[in-house]
Design a protein around this ligand. Structure first.
Ligand code: SAH
Length: 234
């Protein structure tokens, strides 16, 4: 992926205990760096074994700050700090009904599932059939059986379970998908990388009764959204 240097594939060697150590160290560091503030998101990151969502040949790099390739076309698991980067400003919390567009490895949906708890739910949509199957297997193996995974175009959202408290798009959009805003509750929050003048910005929208409040958070680098709201109109 341009902009990131992916380490070379290799045979995995690390044990469960080594990964666990790395996970704790990573979470501590994300706290020190200011990405991670809320207890629920911190606990969720500690609970989900990120290494189980990564291809064997990249598994040893699970806690490096790089996105790693996934099976399918142009899919990556985002780097570890991306998850608090999105979920903290979203204020993702217990009981939320959460929609993710871009299931990828399934890791982000597993973290969200831990955050929202039994009173909330997570729906995640993936457009690439190969990536979708990879995520489905990862989630099953890791024991996340009640995440609602949908194969299709996330630009259409998932009206069956709308409205959502929080919506997150993990691929870069050229415009805010209008159907996603329709499926967001009043008082709800939406976050996505948006492309403007060739640069991607992480943008958060808060839907109020009569208007939408917009906050630009930082520059980011994500794979492009495909489908009806994608730039290539695939
Ligand atoms: N959240 C993921 C990272 C996903 S990378 C994780 O934690 O691993 C972005 C993903 O969005 C890719 O898998 C890509 O195939 C998917 N994608 C791109 N356009 C999409 C669309 N219109 N609908 C659903 N998924 C899409």
């Amino acid at each position: 992926m341009p902009g990131w240097i992916v380490p070379p594939p290799k045979k995995p060697t690390k044990s469960k205990e080594e990964f666990e150590k790395e996970r704790f160290a990573k979470v501590k560091k994300l706290g020190r760096q200011g990405y991670l503030r809320s207890r629920r998101i911190r606990d969720a990151l500690l609970r989900v074994p990120r290494e189980d969502f990564i291809l064997p040949e990249y598994r040893d790099y699970a806690y490096l700050e790089v996105p790693l390739p996934l099976p399918g076309e142009n899919a990556t698991i985002s780097c570890p700090h991306s998850y608090p980067l999105f979920y903290e400003p979203l204020g993702l919390d217990e009981g939320h009904k959460f929609l993710e567009v871009g299931l990828g490895s399934g890791y982000g949906s597993a973290v969200a599932r831990e955050v929202v708890g039994p009173d909330g739910f997570v729906v995640s949509i993936e457009i690439d059939p190969v990536t979708f199957e990879f995520a489905r297997r990862n989630l099953e193996y890791a024991g996340y059986k009640d995440i609602i995974v949908v194969r299709g175009d996330g630009g259409l959202g998932y009206p069956d379970l709308a409205p959502y408290d929080r919506i997150c798009v993990t691929a870069a959009c050229v415009e805010v998908p209008p159907l996603l805003m329709d499926q967001l509750k009043v008082g709800g929050k939406f976050i996505a990388p948006l492309v403007e003048g060739g640069i991607q910005y992480l943008v958060m929208l808060e839907k109020e009764e009569l208007r939408v409040r917009r906050r630009v958070l930082c520059e980011v680098l994500y794979v492009s959204l495909r489908g009806i709201c994608g730039s290539s109109k695939e």
